[in-house]
Design a protein around this ligand. Sequence first.
Ligand SMILES: [Zn+2]
Ligand SMILES: [Zn+2]
Length: 359
Amino acid sequence: MKAAVCYAYDQPLSVEEVRLDPPQRGEVRVRIAAVAVCHSDVHRIRGDWKGRLPIVMGHEAAGVVELVGQGVRGVQVGDRVAVSLLRSCGRCAQCLSGAPHLCEGEFAIGRESRLHTMDDVDLLHGLNTAAFAEAVVVDQSQVVRVPDALPLDRAALLACGILTGVGAVINTARVRPGANVVVIGTGGVGLNAIQGAVIAGANQIVALDILEHKLATAREFGATATINAAGEDAAERVRGLTGGRGADHVLVTVGSTQAIAQGLSLLRAGGTLTIVGLPQRDALAQFSPYDLVARGQRIQGSFMGSGRLAIDVPWLADLYLQGRLKIDELITGRYSLDQINAAIESMERGEALRNVIVF
Ligand SMILES: [Zn+2]
Ligand SMILES: [Zn+2]
């Protein structure tokens, strides 16, 4: 089978024949139908996060189960599934307390590779997955069945980009009906946070960005007001929209420490700032602990929308089929695996919300 391998940073991926072992105990092999190019893939491929090579990235995928290892329950050969980087053991303290996205369990893939070059060099499973390939072997907890009516290129987006944005609002921030919400950044995750705020029944849903065409898209996704931070005083606008109080929730979906500081300036007393976008690993943000205490505010991080795949993916799939969740509009371009470098470059130029590799 073919995979797109990263051998060196700043070089195009090499699309070539590789060898994939059969699934071991608790693992499944999925024939990939579609895999989206996510910013996390690009960061790793370009060396922003360093780490070992060679690696096969790709973690936002969907396909059909073609082999199951011993002890696999819940999925069968022929099932259509979304594939996620999230994996959970179901037995550790995090899993048992309802936070499987923070699972502390151990998994064979990671210590060992199921993926090798034809010269027998082990390839790393990028983000536990390695889905820039015609097939993957992953832990059974990483796959979840999707409805027959849901096309697999749409299903691919559910278990990462959409879950990260919608889940940050619903699972992590627990936005209540009537809350006033500000979303900073209107890329893929930001638009999904806006959709999440609509689903939560928020009152004001204020999108903040610096590009007019992105703010127009934010309105299509449900923003009730937009602020162009390049020319407007964001704090004054947000106060004007919230009876002078500030936002109940601010979600920062861009990986910028300045955006975090700006987010705090938009928050009401007692409000919550949720950080969703990943800044550089060594970045430090500044804030006033005094203000935080005096105003009773909270800052929290949201990893993968605090997602629980078995609950959230079927729910999001149903929302799409009911016409209450936009996915089609998130897909900018479709590419073959051989065109993967073009798909990545288009994303880096800022042209795409999501480019999807289809097989
Ligand atoms: Zn992703
Ligand atoms: Zn666990």
